[in-house]
Write a protein that binds this ligand. Sequence first.
Ligand code: ZN
Ligand code: FE
Ligand code: FE
Ligand code: ZN
Length: 280
Amino acid sequence: MSARSATIHPPLPDYHTHTRLCRHASGTPAQYRAAAARRGLPELAVTDHAPNPVGYDPENRMGLAEFSDYQAMVRPLQDGALPGVLLGIEADYHEGCEAYLPDWLRRQPFDVVLGSVHYIREWGFDNPDRRGDWERVDVPAVWRKYFLLVAQMAATGCFDVVGHLDLPKKFGHRLRDAQLREFAAPALDALARAGMAVEINTSGLRKPVAEMYPSPLLLGMARERGIALSFGSDAHRPAEVGADFDQALTLARAAGYTEHAVYRARQRRLAPLPGPASPA
Ligand code: ZN
Ligand code: FE
Ligand code: FE
Ligand code: ZN
């Protein structure tokens, strides 16, 4: 018996998962669903990296021509059985995306759209291959620019949930709390105005920073603004589905959350958080 199988999995939807189509993850939606079923999760959103017609970051996403394959992998799983499977996408907000992204997103039958910032200009700041660039930048200036992009993303009104809200901390480049508050507040205000939710993304636990996204400080700021909450493992392998959701639930409760967001056809409702987790 592996250590993993002893992990407690509270019955929460996992709203952030990938597939092999993005070229840096493994597995099919059917395999992610089977993993969700084994852990007793009620629902899974398949949210692979959105294809891109303008050549943005092509090595980390499906091609436009593969988008029909993506839908064809998800559709047969929408059979009414549990765990339910939602058609989602993780779309990048980057400078220039306004030229194609809002229109493309509107035309697809998504249940939920994650909005993520992974790039500052030409720099994929969370890409392990570009990690060395962190030694050559002004770290607070990066965070300031990052949160400006998050605020701009929210203002487009094109996204439902912000992905990994404090992603720049991935390799351990943190801000002092006072500065984090100052830079993040306008972004959180914009998220609240846009009606976007924030996710607790457990993948940070598997990264050098070894902490979920967002930090307790930022999650508390989101809660103060009435921003809704979802949960995502950001699984890039089926075995990661629902990973560390026991810790995520504890973090949510500590921030004062009592409900989580559930999406269908990009409409949100709120459901009560499950009670204290019991061993699976
Ligand atoms: Zn990815
Ligand atoms: Fe991401
Ligand atoms: Fe992701
Ligand atoms: Zn992600």
